[in-house]
Write a protein that binds this ligand. Structure first.
Ligand SMILES: CC(C)(COP(=O)(O)OP(=O)(O)OC[C@H]1O[C@@H](n2cnc3c(N)ncnc32)[C@H](O)[C@@H]1OP(=O)(O)O)[C@@H](O)C(=O)NCCC(=O)NCCS
Length: 191
């Protein structure tokens, strides 16, 4: 597999309403900005992202979150505002499984910036990077009520196999199986 640090993660994109977001790889110095983003989340966003009601983000936890091991994790943050003084408004990452070239993917977009297309863009970006890195697919867990996240997966151009397991969707997204135009790209595999 290729080393992820060889990829150029820096890109700027304009979203709905002209909102310009700069994307780059996460850095250890993003700890404070990431903590601010976390404390801006509603309970619903926290629940959707962490699957539990996490109320605090201790220093040690956030420090390990921003100090990624690029050999098994790829994390991209989105910033708005002046370069050098911007605010992080989105983060998406994939974490490669220890025993096979598949990765779990997770996202979060600041509520004030949701619905502009940022989640959809990040999904496309991470899929491209993962393919370039030689990965074979993504895995994701999405709560049943998380309509926004499922919309993002539906909009992508990858096949998404969905299994409903105790109120959660377990998603398997193989990169080598193209979606069928007649069925669409999201298929249920739990009968
Ligand atoms: C899921 C999430 C990442 C999507 O990001 P986003 O930037 O809003 O995504 P996009 O703008 O590309 O598209 C989302 C679509 O879902 C819609 N949507 C978002 N939340 C919704 C909700 N609660 N109910 C219905 N639709 C919703 C948006 O309006 C948009 O549709 P539209 O373009 O037709 O208006 C973001 O909502 C988020 O951070 N949620 C909380 C954390 C989370 O759920 N993480 C996923 C765990 S893997």
């Amino acid at each position: 597999m290729r080393e992820p640090f060889l990829f150029d993660l820096a890109v700027t994109h304009q979203f709905k309403g002209g909102t310009e977001v700069r994307f780059r790889g996460i850095r250890p110095s993003d700890e404070e900005e990431m903590r601010r983003l976390f404390y801006r989340f509603s309970n619903e966003s926290v629940y959707y992202r962490y699957f539990s009601t996490v109320r605090t983000m201790p220093h040690a936890r956030m420090q390990s979150y921003v100090n990624v091991d690029w050999r098994n994790t790829l994390s991209v943050v989105g910033l708005v505002g002046e370069p050098g003084r911007g605010h992080i408004i989105a983060e998406a990452r994939y974490i490669i499984e220890p025993d096979r070239p598949w990765a779990e993917i997770v996202f979060v977009v600041d509520e004030a910036y949701q619905g502009l297309g940022i989640g959809t863009f990040l999904y496309g970006m991470l899929a491209r990077l993962a393919k370039e890195q030689g990965l074979k697919g993504f895995l994701a867990q999405v709560l049943f009520s998380n309509i926004g996240m499922m919309k993002v997966f539906r909009r992508g151009d990858l096949l998404v196999k969905v299994r409903l397991e105790g109120g959660e969707y377990e998603l398997t997204i193989p990169f080598d199986e193209p979606p069928s135009p007649s069925v669409g790209n999201v298929i249920r595999v739990d009968g």
